[in-house]
Design a protein around this ligand. Structure first.
Ligand code: SF4
Ligand code: SF4
Length: 228
């Protein structure tokens, strides 16, 4: 196991911390490490009525109230698997009102791909879908997860703008809260010349080492696993 999430007490509830056991760990390893926690029934899950339990059968289901922006890799997989061009995909599946204001978000509430409680594009779903879980995380774990997600979305935006599919540079809307923070982060990643997603075709070719400072990397690779 190259990457491991493990339970950690955060403000008196059990959330997740992150340890990296192998310097060669990739984004795919991060995805595989978080997924078993969806079935866990001990860590705290903010949107469950009981606050603990598996995601399966969750009445809230984050897919219903999602904030999903595709990353560079899932965007390619999604439009190819649906047999539509990138232009057609954006027209059919993006929220057109938000897009006109500069936010390239999938149609939501519920997510356009949720049918009878199930994701119809599961093998091709976005990084946010793969890495989101409504539990608290330590700062290092959160920084890694947010960094990976923002870089993937940023590279999608850069590519889409380069190909003339999107033009969100000039948007001038007074966003607040989560949208504002997310947009600033992904704009930074879209403009970053050394974005680790640049040129990547899958998640296993992107090293996690590229997403944090030397100091954070030392913390993550030397982390001692504590058991609950
Ligand atoms: S991560 Fe999503 S599906 Fe799982 S408990 Fe939280 S809201 Fe429900
Ligand atoms: S793409 Fe699938 S996993 Fe992601 S929010 Fe939509 S239905 Fe849920």
């Amino acid at each position: 196991m190259k990457v491991e999430f493990f339970p950690c007490l955060i403000e008196e509830v059990w959330g997740l911390d992150l340890a990296i056991h192998d310097e060669r760990a990739t984004v795919q390893d991060l995805i595989e490490a978080i997924q078993p926690w969806c079935d866990d029934n001990q860590i705290y899950k903010a949107y469950l009525a009981e606050k603990q339990g598996p995601c399966r059968g969750c009445p809230i289901n984050c897919c219903r109230e999602c904030f999903v922006l595709p990353d560079a890799i899932s965007f390619g997989w999604l439009h190819e698997s649906l047999g539509v061009t990138p232009t057609e995909f954006i027209k059919r599946y993006f929220d057109q009102e938000l897009l006109s204001k500069g936010l390239p978000r999938l149609r939501s509430s519920p997510c356009i791909f949720l049918k009878e409680g199930l994701c119809t594009v599961y093998p091709h779903r976005t990084l946010i879908c793969r890495l989101y879980i409504c539990t608290p995380m330590t700062d290092e774990a959160q920084t890694m997860v947010y960094g990976v997600v923002a870089a993937g979305i940023g590279e999608f935006i850069r590519l889409a703008e380069e190909q003339g599919l999107l033009n969100i540079q000039g948007a001038n809307v007074a966003w607040s809260g989560y949208e504002k923070m997310m947009l600033e982060l992904i704009r930074f990643e879209a403009d970053r010349a050394d974005n680790p997603f640049r040129g990547a075709r899958d998640y296993q070719s992107i090293p996690l080492r590229s997403f944090c400072s030397e100091a954070d990397w030392q913390v993550l690779t030397q982390k001692k696993i504590t058991s609950k």
